[in-house]
Design a protein around this ligand. Structure first.
Ligand code: ADP
Ligand code: MG
Length: 176
């Protein structure tokens, strides 16, 4: 049994995953697991997709590589997909959501190619990652939070911190 929870922060690129994960790692002591960085550092990919400017992840290699660490608990997983992680590893799935205008500005600022920008806007409007989370995990552990403004982000951080405190309390050794 884990004594620290594992959390996934997911959502369309630009929604605020990395910013949320970094802030939470700082305040809670959980470890920020950036799948993007790990895939790159540990070469867990089948090459680089030039058009989409992203690594083609080898999911089997990725899961093998992180399994021993993640099973210990205490990780905040930062990735724009959640369906690959086994249910037994995960205690909370946070799906961040954002309005199109904010997302457009953030992706534009990153110089995303037009096709990729449009695809991500469509994906956000169609709630693709929310649906993926709901299809992959029990509904009680999937939480949808909006990330349009810094005020919303602060309130999200507080909510997740509170959830972590409660989880730790309920999962102390000997807790019923
Ligand atoms: P992701 O990891 O999901 O791609 P980032 O955390 O890198 O997203 O955030 C993308 C950009 O949007 C960054 O410039 C970040 O500062 C900004 N941002 C993220 N969340 C918010 C928010 N809730 N309010 C305002 N700006 C935000
Ligand atoms: Mg990120």
């Amino acid at each position: 049994m884990r004594i620290q929870p594992n959390i996934i922060i997911t959502g369309t690129p630009g929604v605020g995953k990395t910013t949320h994960c970094e802030t939470l790692a700082e305040s809670t002591g959980l470890k920020h697991l950036s799948i993007n960085d790990i895939v790159k550092e540990r070469s867990l990919h089948d090459g680089y997709d030039e058009e989409y400017k992203s690594w083609i992840v080898d999911e089997d290699k990725l899961l093998d590589s992180i399994e021993d660490e993640v099973k210990q608990g205490g990780y905040i997983i930062d990735w724009h997909a959640c369906d690959l992680f086994p249910k037994s590893w995960i205690d909370l799935v946070v799906v961040l959501r954002v309005d199109s205008t904010h997302l457009y500005d953030r992706l534009k600022a990153r110089n995303y190619p037009e096709a990729k920008l449009q695809e991500n806007l469509d994906s956000e409007i169609m709630e693709v990652l929310l649906q993926e989370a709901r299809d992959s995990y029990d509904e009680e552990i999937v939480v949808e939070l909006t990330s349009n403004t810094s005020e919303e982000m602060e309130s999200n951080i507080e909510r997740i911190e509170t959830w972590i405190v409660n989880w730790r309390e309920n999962n102390k050794e000997g807790a019923k």
